[in-house]
Design a protein around this ligand. Structure first.
Ligand code: 475
Length: 828
């Protein structure tokens, strides 16, 4: 360490926070001239973005260092959020906001000849996630920092995030998202943090000198994990946490033998293979695909993270039994479930802890969050694949299972079927490892993400485990969203207006303060300002649509938005069938009737998994309908249909504030929570939705009058499906008309849509026909109510006023209190 006389020099020149604009400018120019080796003569927007973000990043690092030092000194319990996905979006605006230097940088770059908005546009999205689960992780780490909890995220540094989507001839076309082309100023490579990770090989046991049986795993392939740190600044606090992302690299010894044998080329080729582990994000949302590389990713990331966490714990020289007092680990879905096994392996094989003591530590450390009940999303790994890749882990899983089943048998000696039902190993051919069961057995708490969903997991997929463990292990933490990004950044004008009534921007830290705007729901002046801002946001989206889709939309029309991953359970097909029904109705209207109709702009956006045929067909139909409807002179402004390509976080920031109505219309019981529903309402849009996920709690908070609900309830779904399977259920007559139009070629070659139609006329698993009339009725009500401008705006204001509950700060407080048992650390 540095001798004390030298420390003075260090302290004298230590990097400080910006005192003001000029210091920012000085740093900006220094980065242009040295880091980028450019000058004012060749500094374009991209270079200016890079220099500005370097300058801002430097300040984040100062706060980061301070926070980490403080957390290490205080030596209190930390939480680690393990997620294969962090759908962060852009960092710059958020960094400026949270560090409180937005004004400084804005006017700082203006003096230097740049517009801050242009610089922000230069940043590529960090799109390391698919949808809801990944974006939730991003909101959560923002909230963990903002509420001063000592917490790190752990994930993978994919070189390719979620693919880019283009629409060609109405179809989705994917291209790779190489987001690191111009390097990434928001990450700090930690080349010194390298962890060896092993795959394959074999296990062996021997008895050591103390007569103890020792298990070893050896002879496998090695790769190295290198850490990249992304600072996570909290809002209105100095706390700056860490998101540590792992990249795979070849080890130095990699295939040394081949190299020595003179086979240089194949040695290099082999070593490049190591880098493919973290190369690409799997593009499936709510879907499990049992690829070996995916399991490799999971183990690589879990092993690196646990090694890191254990190393940090060991520095404190505490006894192992105190591990759960220092460490809480949250499993974001079953993707990191191997962590349970890896920690048990470290404790018994490497650290010599006895099985029972080790297992106690493990189960007290982990919590598991379930995000879906869809059977096709539940992870199950074939035992042969698993055994080959991770032989020692497979042995430990068998052992965990044995002890668990013994316990169950003792509790319920007469229930033979129960053992087979709850076994971690499914007795299929081949056998499968049920990851969700392993996660439940290895955790002390299991939570769902909205009330209905948490109830459903207890009564359906995890029912037996409630019998075994009792109800207390299972709980609910309703999701939330960060108001910093989803209100203040996305909708600065609305945030400013709210601040005039709240008296400050404190609602960005305590979202319940939104309540203070409720008394102004009927105040004409406030309403006017509210409406003006909505119009402004609609115009902003209209400009985007003009640019990307090439046509105009009327900002006075009702903006009806459904943006989310394309999935049959989310029922974009029902939405587009509804649009076709509307089109047919307009075509049948007299001129008088047309004058009474409410003009609509129907906006769609979202990606389909590349191999999901049905979802791709839905995209094609939306685009086909858009082409026909938008070109039909009979329709005029009454209906426009827009598919916005490449929906992502940055586009959501433009789309969400512009909606009058957004659709969250999943078959009841299928959408675990939804989080965009919260974003839309927080921005003054109303919901058209089913009684599903967090829609239910949103209804409770904002009041039944301020949401449009329709459709069958979750409790009826099973019966309805049964009816479809075992009797002839007549197709809804309005839907029949829609199908006739499609089949008669109104939207091009009807053969393209054959499977889409027969999925409804057949078993109708997602109950599109059953809910269609109710959906149309709700749409009709929307049309009518939108005409009454005063009532509409007061409902919008009232809804926003009551959205406080849906801050991710509240969700994080609940996790901290009831699962993690961690406390905030105030920065001194
Ligand atoms: C739910 N993704 C939303 C959101 O809790 C919910 C699954 C397997 C493999 C890859 N990705 C997944 C999901 O399951 C997922 O995104 N689930 C979503 O989690 C946050 O709001 O209702 O569908």
């Amino acid at each position: 360490s540095i001798p004390s006389e030298s420390r003075q020099v260090w302290q004298k020149f230590g990097v400080k926070e910006f005192g003001g604009k000029e210091e920012f400018q000085q740093e900006f120019i220094r980065h242009v001239e040295t880091t980028l080796a450019r000058s004012m003569y060749n500094c374009d927007d991209l270079a200016a973005y890079q220099a500005a973000s370097q300058a801002i990043r430097d300040r984040l690092i100062v706060a980061w260092n301070k926070t980490q030092q403080e957390h290490t000194t205080k030596d209190r319990k930390r939480v680690y959020y393990l997620s294969l996905e962090f759908l962060m979006g852009r960092a710059m605006d958020n960094a400026m906001l949270n560090a409180g230097i937005k004004d400084i940088t804005k006017s700082g770059v203006a003096d230097l000849g740049f517009k801050i908005e242009d610089l922000l546009e230069q940043e590529p999205d960090a799109a390391l996630g698919n949808g809801g689960l990944g974006r939730l992780a991003a909101c959560f780490i923002d909230s963990i920092a903002s509420t001063n909890y000592p917490g790190w995220g752990y994930g993978l540094r994919y070189q390719y995030g979620i693919f880019k989507q283009r629409i060609v001839d109405g179809y989705q076309v994917e291209s790779p998202d190489y987001w690191l082309t111009f390097s990434n100023p928001w990450e700090i490579p930690r080349y010194e943090i390298q962890i060896d990770i092993m795959f394959y090989g074999y296990t062996r046991k021997y008895t050591n000198d103390d007569g103890k049986v020792v298990h070893v795993w050896e002879g496998g392939e090695q790769v190295q994990a290198v850490a990249y740190d992304v600072p996570v600044p909290g809002y209105g606090t100095e706390t700056t946490n860490n998101l540590r992302l792992w990249a795979s690299k070849p080890t130095r010894e990699f295939d040394f033998e081949k190299f020595n044998a003179g086979d240089y080329e194949s040695s290099v080729r082999e070593s490049q293979k190591a880098e493919t582990i973290s190369a690409v994000l799997y593009p499936n949302d709510n879907f499990y695909s049992g690829k070996e590389l995916r399991l490799k990713q999971q183990y690589f990331w879990v092993a690196a993270s646990l090694n890191d966490i254990v190393r940090r714990f060991k520095k404190t020289h505490r006894p192992w039994k105190e591990f759960p007092d220092q460490v809480a680990i949250q499993l974001n879905d079953t993707h990191p479930t191997l962590a349970v096994v890896e920690l048990q392996r470290i404790l018994i094989d490497m650290e010599g802890v006895e099985w029972d003591a080790a297992w106690n530590i493990v189960t007290n450390t982990f919590g598991y969050t379930n995000h879906t009940v869809l059977p096709e999303a539940l992870e199950k790994w074939p035992v042969p694949l698993f055994t080959n890749l991770l032989p020692r882990h497979m042995e430990i899983i068998y052992e965990i299972n044995l002890f668990f089943l013994q316990k169950v048998e003792k509790m319920f000696p007469k229930e033979r079927d129960l053992l087979a039902r709850v076994s971690i190993i499914e007795e299929s051919t081949p056998q499968q490892v049920r990851m969700a069961y392993l996660a439940i057995i290895g955790s002390h708490k299991v939570n769902g993400v909205a009330e209905l969903h948490s109830e459903l997991i207890k009564t359906t997929i995890f029912k037996d485990f409630v019998t075994i463990y009792g109800p207390d292990k299972f709980m609910n933490v309703t999701n939330g969203i960060t108001p910093r990004r989803w209100l203040h950044q996305a909708n600065p004008k609305l945030s400013d207006l709210i601040a005039t009534k709240v008296g400050s921007y404190d609602f960005l830290k305590d979202l319940n303060l939104l309540k203070k705007i409720e008394p102004f729901a009927h105040d004409p002046k406030f309403q006017d300002e509210w409406v003006t801002i909505k119009k402004f946001n609609k115009a902003r989206l209209a400009a985007h649509i003009k640019q990307s889709n090439g046509f105009d939309v009327n900002v006075n029309a009702l903006f009806d938005v459904q943006v989310k991953r394309i999935h049959e359970y989310k029922r974009q097909q029902m939405n587009v069938f509804g649009v076709i029904h509307r089109y047919l109705s307009i075509k049948a209207m007299t001129e008088e009737e047309k004058k009474e109709a409410t003009p609509r702009v129907c906006v769609f956006g979202g990606k389909s998994a590349p191999g999901y045929y049905m979802a791709k067909t839905i995209i094609k139909l939306i685009n086909a309908v858009s082409e026909v409807v938008n070109a039909d002179a009979d329709v005029g402004d009454l209906l426009k249909v827009v598919f916005i390509a490449d929906y992502n976080v940055s586009k959501a920031e433009i789309i969400v504030p512009a909606s009058d109505i957004s659709q969250h219309i999943s078959t009841a019981g299928t959408e675990a929570s939804g989080t965009s529903n919260m974003k839309f309402v927080l921005n003054g849009g109303l919901i058209l939705g089913t009684v599903d996920g967090a829609n239910i709690e949103i209804t409770r908070e904002v009041g039944e009058n301020n949401i449009f609900l329709f459709g069958h309830l979750a409790e009826s779904v099973e019966d309805l499906r049964h009816k479809h399977r075992f009797s002839d259920v007549p197709l809804d007559p309005n839907l029949a008309k829609v199908f006739n139009a499609i089949e008669s070629g109104t939207f091009g070659d009807p053969n393209i849509y054959g499977s889409l139609i027969s999925s409804v006329t057949g078993s109708d698993y997602y109950l599109v026909s059953d809910d269609f009339q109710s959906y149309l009725d709700a749409q009709k009500l929307v049309d009518q109510d939108f005409k009454n401008k005063d009532t509409w705006v007061s409902r919008s204001i009232t809804a926003v006023a009551n959205m406080g509950f849906f801050s991710s700060d509240r969700a994080i407080d609940e996790y901290a209190e009831s699962i993690w048992n961690v406390e905030p650390i105030a920065m001194e």
